[in-house]
Design a protein around this ligand. Structure first.
Ligand code: HAM
Length: 414
């Protein structure tokens, strides 16, 4: 059995996962993002220094045989920062990079939370203007739209870390209490009001007023981001919500999280600006922003919303063997089809022809070639699965006999 919180991927699960990955890649490419990757194991201190207490408590870390302190990556952002700071001069800014790493967190297993997941990461590096925030949030929205989800299904909650740091300045919250203050806001939806009030101290009432009505205080940054999204026709997908502060330590500006509208699931995605991380980590002063979207909550949501969403692998050809003595010729035909770049399969052991035709249907084969005694004259029966048309064709010209106009009229068919 797999370890708790780890998944096995049987072919159906893989097909589902691949369909998700394919959409992720497609939308990222549509937005001009390029793919990168990094190692799943990193030096432990990459995360202890940069990720924030919550994630550090969830690290899978150990010593390797060379006595190095290492950890399985719990997120991709520190690795991205390491990669970019090491070679930042080699790349024109802004960078628009994406990755689909598997990441590992020793979390309490619950609905939507496992101990490994795949996370679509999209980041823009080297652009301070809010246009980059708009572009990134639009990409997040369009990623979910690509799965057929609409503004009725999900919402991106927008917030601003600077808003809260200004607020804490105004209320003279000491530096060493700020993380706890932000965490109390983060947890305010899940905890009784009195508990949150106690954690927030004298500023509590004012915090509650802002949470209840985010318009009581102006935020030019959020106004600009919202206007940019409205101009793209995406205004209905976002909502201002200052309860979103994000658990990770490195965020510095606009932050956001995507949730299903029903409120049934954990966050689908989260991200924001982290303009100081690259400076702190590699002494390279580059603004940055990004988001991560896991495959777990998204998968649960898709299963509810769009039953049947999956990647269906279809064969181009199934080669059936009508008479075992012609197996060598069938093998040669399979080879020819594969050399041509087609997806082709055939039975590895003797099987009744009826069973072979069933197998071809199960595998969604577009064409079926039946190798029988006609092969002695160099011919095979070629069947078209959708129309059930069939004809005898010379093997060496098989590819000239696929086009629709080469098939006899349907009424002449058996
Ligand atoms: P995060 O909010 O920790 O952000 O994770 C992003 C998403 O990953 C979550 O919204 C959720 O969908 C998924 N996720 C997180 N933990 C789990 C888990 N245990 N099981 C299943 N899914 C999970 C980050 O990791 C940031 N590094 C994102 C980012 C990229 N920020 C800037 N660039």
């Amino acid at each position: 059995m797999a370890l708790p919180g780890f998944r096995d991927f049987y072919p159906d699960d893989c097909a589902f996962r691949n369909a998700i990955f394919a959409k992720w890649r497609d939308v990222a490419h549509r937005y001009g993002f390029v793919e990168y990757d990094g190692p799943p194991l990193e030096p432990l201190d990459l995360f202890t220094k940069k990720s924030g207490q919550e994630i550090v408590g969830q690290l899978y870390n150990f010593k390797d045989k060379g006595d190095r302190e290492i950890a399985l990556r719990p997120e991709m952002t520190p690795t991205l920062a390491r990669l970019v700071t090491a070679r930042h001069k080699d790349f024109k800014k802004p960078l628009k990079w994406f990755a689909i790493p598997q990441v590992f967190r020793y979390e309490r297993q619950q609905k939507g939370r496992l101990r490994e997941h795949y996370q679509f990461n999209c980041d823009i590096i080297g652009e301070a203007s809010l246009e980059a925030d708009v572009e990134l949030i639009a990409l997040l929205i369009d990623t979910l739209r690509a799965f057929g989800l609409t503004e009725k299904d999900f919402v991106v909650r927008l917030s601003d870390r600077i808003f809260w740091s200004d607020f804490m300045d105004a209320h003279a919250i000491p530096e060493d209490q700020r993380y706890a203050f932000i965490q109390a806001i983060d947890k305010s939806e899940r905890e009784p009001k009195e508990v949150t009030a106690q954690k927030l101290g004298p500023a509590a009432e004012e915090v509650f007023a802002v949470l209840a009505d985010p318009t009581v205080r102006k935020s030019e940054r959020l106004d600009t981001v919202e206007a940019g999204l409205r101009a793209r026709g995406l205004g209905d997908y976002v909502k201002r919500d200052y309860t979103v502060v994000r658990g990770l330590a490195y965020y510095t500006g606009v932050v956001f999280e995507a949730f299903d509208r029903s409120g049934e699931f954990r966050a689908i995605a989260g991200g924001g600006r982290y303009d100081t991380l690259l400076k702190n980590l590699g002494n390279v002063d580059l603004p940055a922003l990004g988001f991560g979207m896991g495959d777990v909550v998204l998968g649960e949501l898709l299963k509810v919303k769009q039953a049947g969403f999956s990647e269906i692998l279809t064969l181009d050809f199934y080669v059936a063997i009508a008479d075992e003595q012609f197996r060598p010729q069938a093998g040669a035909l399979v080879q020819k089809l594969r050399d041509h770049g087609d997806w082709a399969d055939y039975p590895l052991k003797p099987m009744k022809l009826g069973k072979q035709l069933e197998a071809a249907t199960e595998r969604h084969a577009t064409y079926i070639c039946i190798v029988g005694e006609e092969i002695l004259q160099g011919n095979v029966q070629l069947k078209k699965s959708d129309t059930r048309q069939s004809k005898l064709v010379p093997v060496d010209q098989i590819f000239n006999h696929l086009a629709p106009e080469t098939w006899p009229a349907a009424e002449n068919q058996r």
